[in-house]
Design a protein around this ligand. Structure first.
Ligand code: SF4
Length: 298
């Protein structure tokens, strides 16, 4: 299948200079990834791992320093084809405005508006409320409706579950699944909470220190994670990420692998190079992954 979006060895960094001193803060390093039409792809990793930068590059908000981003002809022909919904919908919606006015700002035709309101279960009474008086879950739905009115082909959601209670998170996931099925939309979701995407996503990309650790079919990932960092993610209590790393900490790592200083499977090979193991629908960027041992023929 031809990719909808293709990233090839993408690197992104900030250069800082003070007087004669200059330094480079690397955010993403040689990221290669294909995204396919109609899939739900989740990008997981700790704060500061480069997830938000990656989706800004995918949506065209940031330009890469090196590498190539290619869009399918379909996507390249329309500027609104890729939309991004950032995590803080509170900032997106003016609390003093009526929900209806916020939605009518987007010049959608009557039919699309009715469809979105019905798909997202937005009632007449909610339309008449002010944005400041509705719950976090409702605000998230209104922000989603606003973006959906532009009829994107790819929707990127950055930490979409962060400001919601458990019920709202589940409802929001059902809504996204419905939109994918009925509007054939491609969803890219960024989250630090792996527990929320089990039984929801098609594929997972695990990022650490600005690099991809594993790209995996979701079922395989949850049943048998292969990268040591993926294993750590799934074994930590309820999949929560306990430590926040910053980019400067990644810069201290002198080995080829950004996970080296935390890895219990590291060896001297990891200082110079990282091997790529590929299986059907999965890529593991590691010299010593947890691979299944075949007992066939024994
Ligand atoms: S085994 Fe080596 S390459 Fe794999 S995660 Fe550990 S340090 Fe990185």
């Amino acid at each position: 299948m031809k990719p909808f979006i293709e990233l090839n060895s993408v690197t992104y960094y900030h250069s800082n200079s003070i007087g004669f001193m200059s330094s480079t803060n690397r955010i993403l390093n040689k990221v290669s990834l294909n995204i396919y039409k109609g899939e739900i792809l989740c990008i997981v990793g700790e704060s500061g791992c480069g997830k938000t930068t990656l989706v800004k590059i995918l949506s065209g908000l940031l330009k890469v320093n090196t590498g190539v981003v290619k869009y399918s002809d379909d996507l390249a022909s329309s500027k609104k084809s890729i939309q991004i919904l950032f995590q803080n919908s509170d900032e997106l919606l003016n609390p003093y405005r009526k929900v209806a006015d916020v939605l009518y700002d987007v010049k959608a035709n009557e039919k699309s508006l009715e469809k979105i309101l019905s798909d997202l279960n937005i009632s007449e009474s909610l339309l008449e409320s002010s944005c400041g008086s509705i719950s976090g879950g409702e605000r998230q739905r209104i922000a989603l409706a606003r973006v959906m009115l532009t009829q994107p082909q790819v929707l990127i959601l950055d930490e979409p579950f962060s400001a919601q209670d458990i019920d709202s998170k589940e409802n929001f996931k059902s809504l996204l699944t419905y939109l994918r099925k009925n509007q054939k939309i491609t969803l890219i979701i960024v989250t630090h909470d792996v527990s929320l995407i089990e039984n929801f996503t098609d594929r997972i990309v695990v990022l650490f220190g600005g690099e991809i650790m594993e790209i995996s079919d979701a079922k395989k990932f949850f049943n048998f994670p292969k990268h040591p960092y993926s294993k750590f993610l799934l074994s930590s209590t309820k999949y929560k990420l306990p430590i926040e790393f910053t980019n400067s900490q990644f810069e201290d790592t002198k080995s080829a692998c950004p996970y080296y200083s935390r890895c219990n499977k590291r060896d001297e090979k990891c200082i110079d190079d990282i091997m790529i193991h590929s299986e059907e629908n999965s890529y593991i960027f590691c010299n010593n992954p947890y691979l299944e041992i075949s007992t066939e023929g024994k």
